[in-house]
Design a protein. Structure first.
Length: 665
């Protein structure tokens, strides 16, 4: 099709006819619903699938690709006229009935191809094209009222006509050059009828900034950002930290010219539609298949479910040998607990936080990098380059106005925030995340803006001890972190690189010789990263409830810790909440709807590994733990040790009967 300046009347007629027939055939029910629910002076949207529309008439698809702005304006006009006809047809008694709302055509479902869908920010060659762009919202401006149209009257022939604001010059108005009367009066004098008392035509207006998603970029790439212009019903449809897909036309805009200065040109995306992708949307297509696969997986491990759990854990960070307890703890923290609301309306967080403390070379950063790959909406940052504003929220001045730009904790809302070299964060910056960890929000009072932002995120941090780790000193002194901050972590695992000849020989063999050694699964039995993503997205939807027996185990252990003479600063009421979250997380990991005694015992066992110097049932070095050959036998030993130590013989008897039934089956 030949490129020309604008659509001809014949082409416009074709587009109008095709789109009207398409709307009446596919969206008549949507129109009826909009008309029924319409309020005065509202904007309502009808979502149109681009694939279906273009299949109905390929010629319209060609026009849309070449003249997207003009065709979208025609779509809105036809949609409004069609809705009015439907309204008058349904109300024969009132043919003069008028539609009180403004309808907009929102395009969605573009074909997945490099020409139309992008994971990176468009460039200058894309100007004038309709694209869908994926990104993360890092800044949202205040909602403004925009005057987009003015009425002018010719001083000679009294002809009234309209002038629209110029988008490419930041919605500024230019006085008309000549009268638009078809009779050509050639007058150059006009009177503006708008603006004397109040603007005639206004709409809601907002600008947001999106950034390329880091996980989709090549290693070493710096993510770029782009301004998105939202109007009418699209305003306030997203917040900082959301992953979005924006459909719109790539445009250029510039400030008015002035002598002796360079033209400041920028690319913006004028949005036609926006989809907010929540934390599960990235793998929503796979969830149905994943659900069936997971059901089949647990059916095959019905007689020994702990062996099935260990197979999942072996697939977690497979490049690291052993470290069974660490992999179990990280997987439980990533699965998370269940958020609860108490009788006063206050929320008790469901997300767990974990701190890995260890000597250099113990694999802490590897766990953080793998966790970021598994969970969506994840951010990985290092403490040495993180500030208060970078972690929470920054006030940025742009064009004479202040905006809030989201930091790592806000961007990972609903996901995972991994912070490496945690003790490298400066002390006054570290204090700012106290509220984010426990209350799961950040109170902002910057540059005249007072608000509260959500940080419902799981924090997985790693740090080196200050010098050589000294077991005789407290954890706070070893890592140079204050007790109030340490108490907010559900788990703190200390990985000490002790001189163990047998362990060193095993690791050397794994790295240098044959990785497929006994006790280590083959690559064929390991889960792929995509399967791990789907599984964790699936289990995070579960809402397991604590059983009465599990509640007794957790309560008894908490009371025993409180009565201990050597209890540390972390033995507070937060510890009981942490135990509850960890037990729920283990139930999720086992794909259960009820938290059993088994889940409670595993939560206590992991907590025991975390209680450096305060372990009541025997401490161990989490670094030197390998996967058990018989997980059921190991659990039976743990169960007897723990329930006898907690003086719960009736629960031990009940659990032994259950294990015997499993073994017999």
């Amino acid at each position: 099709m030949a490129q020309c300046e604008k659509l001809s009347p014949e082409e416009e007629s074709i587009i109008r006819t095709v789109f009207k027939n398409y709307v009446l055939e596919h969206h008549s029910e949507d129109l009826q619903q909009v008309i029924t629910e319409a309020d005065v002076h509202t904007h309502r949207a009808i979502a149109v699938n681009a694939m279906n529309l273009f299949e109905a008439n390929m010629e319209v698809g060609d026009y849309f690709n070449v003249y997207p702005s003009e065709v979208l304006a025609l779509f809105d006009e036809v949609l409004q006229q069609t809705a009015l006809e439907v309204l008058r047809t349904g109300q024969q008694r009132a043919p003069e009935q008028r539609l009180t709302c403004t309808l907009h055509t929102r395009i969605a479902g573009l074909p997945v191809c490099p020409e139309l869908t992008r994971d990176t920010i468009p460039r200058s060659r894309d100007v004038g094209h309709f694209l869908s762009v994926n990104g993360t919202v890092i800044r949202t401006s205040d909602t403004k009222v925009l005057e987009f149209q003015r009425d002018y009257m010719c001083a000679k022939c009294r002809h009234v006509f309209q002038v629209r604001a110029e988008f490419d010059q930041f919605y500024s108005f230019s006085a008309p050059a000549a009268c638009s009367n078809p009779e050509r009066c050639d007058s150059h004098r006009f009177t503006c009828l708008s603006g004397d008392t109040e603007p005639a035509s206004c709409r809601d207006y907002q600008e947001i900034k999106i950034q390329e998603q880091v996980q989709r970029l090549a290693v070493g790439s710096i993510p770029r950002s782009m301004i998105i212009v939202l109007e009418d019903d699209l305003v306030d449809c997203c917040k900082s930290g959301d992953d979005v897909t924006v459909y719109g036309v790539v445009c250029q805009r510039w400030k008015p010219f002035s002598d002796g200065s360079r033209c400041d040109l920028e690319l913006v995306l004028k949005a036609n539609n926006m989809e907010v992708n929540n934390q599960h949307t990235a793998v929503s297509v796979l969830l149905e298949e994943a659900h069936r696969d997971v059901e089949d997986f647990w059916d095959t491990h019905r007689s020994n479910p702990l062996a099935g759990r260990d197979q999942i854990l072996m697939s977690f960070c497979p490049q690291i040998f052993g470290m069974y307890v660490v992999k179990l703890a990280v997987a439980m923290v990533m699965a998370g607990g269940v958020q609860r609301i108490d009788s006063t309306g206050g929320k008790v967080r469901g997300e767990s936080h974990m701190l890995l403390v260890g000597d250099p070379g113990t694999g802490k950063s590897q766990f953080l990098k793998y966790a970021v790959k598994v969970l969506p909406r994840s951010v990985l940052t290092a403490g040495i380059g993180s500030t208060n504003a970078g972690l929470t929220v920054a006030a940025v001045r742009d064009g004479g106005e202040w905006h809030l730009e989201a930091g790592a904790l806000v961007l990972s809302d609903g996901g995972l925030c991994c912070i490496d070299e945690f003790n490298s964060i400066k002390e006054h910056d570290r204090i700012s995340i106290h509220e984010a960890m426990e209350q799961q929000s950040i109170s902002v009072a910057k540059a005249g803006m007072v608000c509260k932002l959500n940080t419902r995120t799981t924090i997985l941090a790693a740090t080196n001890p200050r010098g050589q780790y000294d077991p005789s000193q407290s954890l706070s002194e070893n890592v140079a972190l204050a007790s109030p901050l340490l108490s907010r972590f559900d788990l703190v695992l200390v990985l000490l690189d002790s001189r163990n000849a047998e362990w060193d020989r095993t690791i050397s063999s794994f790295i240098l010789e044959d990785r497929e050694r006994p006790g280590q699964p083959s690559d064929s039995s390991l889960w792929s990263i995509d399967k791990m993503k789907a599984y964790f997205c699936l289990i995070k939807r579960l809402q397991p409830q604590l059983s009465q027996d599990a509640n007794r185990v957790l309560t008894s252990y908490y009371q025993l810790q409180r009565q201990s003479q050597g209890r540390g600063a972390r033995t507070t009421i937060r510890m009981l909440e942490s135990l509850s979250r960890l037990a729920e997380a283990h139930a999720k990991l086992m794909y259960r709807e009820t938290v059993t005694v088994e889940d409670a015992i595993m939560a206590v066992s992991v907590m025991e590994c975390s209680m450096q110097g305060g372990a009541l049932l025997g401490s161990m070095n989490a670094l030197l733990t390998s996967f058990p050959d018989d997980p059921l036998s190991q659990y039976r030993t743990q169960c007897e040790l723990l329930l006898q130590g907690l003086k719960l013989p009736e629960l031990l008897h009940k659990e032994n009967l259950r294990l015997s039934a499993l073994t017999d089956s």
